[in-house]
Design a protein around this ligand. Structure first.
Ligand SMILES: [Zn+2]
Length: 460
């Protein structure tokens, strides 16, 4: 078990070796930034939008965000005209699978590590995403996270969760715990390796899950993941305090043979009592259902051009959903989609936090772009635009323990999206990004578009 720890040390060394002396955001940070006459769009139910506002950013932090009246713009600031525009906190995707680029081992990196990392993360950046919750954390994605944290690569902060499964594991090569003792040892290792989250998976026995949750609390880690198959018919034994987040609405569908509203009410009450949040991943299963119908559904995805050719081929030629399609399966998956929407709405009404996550890099889920699909899906499920934005900003940052971001308030880190239209009037307007203040540095739309065009060309 100590092998992973040793590899982690190597990864840190590998990441350090490619890091330059100065961070990429450094220069832009020195000059303050002022967004004038902007509307602060609300991403919190109890906070109405504020028109004619001023945002001042200095040294990577929000110095002021509030009414413009009576405030003057600092004379040395770069001024951005926010008239007719809306500001929201930059977004957080609560369920992704970050690329495994071979950064830690040095293997599989065709280009130089910086280009490989930048190309993989650009779609997140171009979609206004400041942080991603990576639910397949490895020594390699820890190295990638170190590169973005240092500003060596422009991309989202990467928060990694390390997976533990039961025996035999769903995927070979994962940490396996068949006993409570083995589980506690893994959790210890995971804490030592620098993770803040443990991901629990489908094959765990209930007593082993309980040991993971208990040990995680002792090690100050949070627990996220699947509801193990062993909980079928006794879900209350899995939904216990300390199981912090369920990774998909689908996990509940698997626990409801009839896909019934009665089960939804019970699951909502149990989740509320245990303090377990829900990462919805609605768009993920909607894409699975579409591809089960036909792989040609992917043709509508213009953003696929930003993925490497190998990934595009894999999604089409090796598509697991199209390959296993039957009329019964199509029908069942449509019923799942409907169940997930009812579940999300009911959880929200019951006061269970619902978080916006995509499962990006599952076929159909293009990094970055898919988070805007998820926001649309959340609204289609019957929650308000305002709540959908909260699910990808303030509630997401709270769930990740990122106290210094996710809201537009003085003292928070400056991660801000400037939109060309009001996202509360129509959630699709979250895509209309005019510019992105990333850790205090202004990135204009034209710059993002230029970089995306370059990426599409390299991946052609
Ligand atoms: Zn996933």
């Amino acid at each position: 078990m100590k092998v992973l720890s040793r590899r982690h040390v190597l990864a840190s060394a590998a990441a350090a070796a490619v890091l330059p002396a100065g961070a990429a955001y450094g220069d832009a940070r020195r000059r303050p930034l002022a967004i004038e006459r902007v509307t602060l769009a609300s991403a919190q139910a109890d906070k109405p939008a504020l028109p004619d506002a001023l945002i001042v950013v200095r040294d990577g932090k929000i110095e002021y965000a509030g009414p413009r009246a009576g405030r003057s713009t600092p004379s040395d600031a770069k001024r951005i005209d926010g008239q007719g525009k809306w500001a929201i906190p930059a977004l957080i995707d609560m369920h992704v699978h970050a690329p495994q680029l071979g950064l830690a081992s040095g293997r599989n990196v065709a280009a130089d590590p910086r280009t490989a990392a930048q190309d993989a993360l650009l779609p997140y950046l171009a979609n206004g995403i400041q942080a991603v919750f990576n639910l397949s954390g490895t020594v390699d994605t820890m190295a990638l996270g170190a590169m973005t944290a240092a500003g060596f690569v422009d991309g989202p902060a990467i928060i990694n969760a390390a997976l533990i499964d039961g025996s035999p594991p769903v995927r070979p090569g994962t940490r396996v715990a068949a006993t409570a003792e083995a589980a506690r040892a893994w959790v210890s290792d995971i804490a030592y390796e620098g993770y803040r989250f443990v991901k629990v998976y489908s094959r765990l026995e209930l007593n082993v899950l309980a040991a993971i949750i208990d040990e995680a609390r002792k090690q100050n880690l949070r627990v996220v993941g699947h509801i193990p198959n062993s909980a079928r018919g006794q879900i209350e034994k899995a939904l216990v305090p300390g199981f912090d987040m369920v990774a998909h609405a689908e996990e509940f569908a698997k626990q409801s043979p009839e896909l019934s509203d009665a089960d939804i009410s019970r699951f909502a009450a149990l989740s509320r009592a245990s303090g377990t949040k829900l990462i919805a991943t609605l768009t993920c299963f909607e894409w699975i259902a579409r591809q089960t119908r036909s792989v040609a559904s992917l043709d509508s995805l213009d953003a696929m051009k930003y993925l490497p050719a190998a990934v595009r081929n894999e999604w089409r030629a090796g598509n697991p959903y199209a390959r296993n399609s039957t009329p019964e399966r199509i029908e069942r998956f449509d019923r799942f989609v409907d169940f997930h929407r009812r579940l999300v709405k009911a959880f929200r009404v019951a006061g269970v936090p619902v978080l916006a996550g995509t499962d990006s890099m599952i076929p159909g889920l293009v990094p970055g772009f898919s988070l805007h699909d998820e926001l649309e899906s959340l609204v289609a499920a019957g929650i308000s635009s305002n709540e959908a934005l909260a699910a990808a900003t303030v509630e997401a940052s709270a769930a990740l323990g990122l106290a210094d971001t996710g809201v537009l308030e003085a003292g928070k880190r400056a991660n801000i999206l400037l939109l060309d239209a009001d996202p509360n009037a129509d959630i699709r307007n979250s895509r209309r990004i005019n510019g992105f203040v990333r850790e205090g540095a202004w990135i204009a739309r034209a710059d993002l578009d230029k970089r995306l065009a370059g990426l599409a060309k390299r991946n052609a």
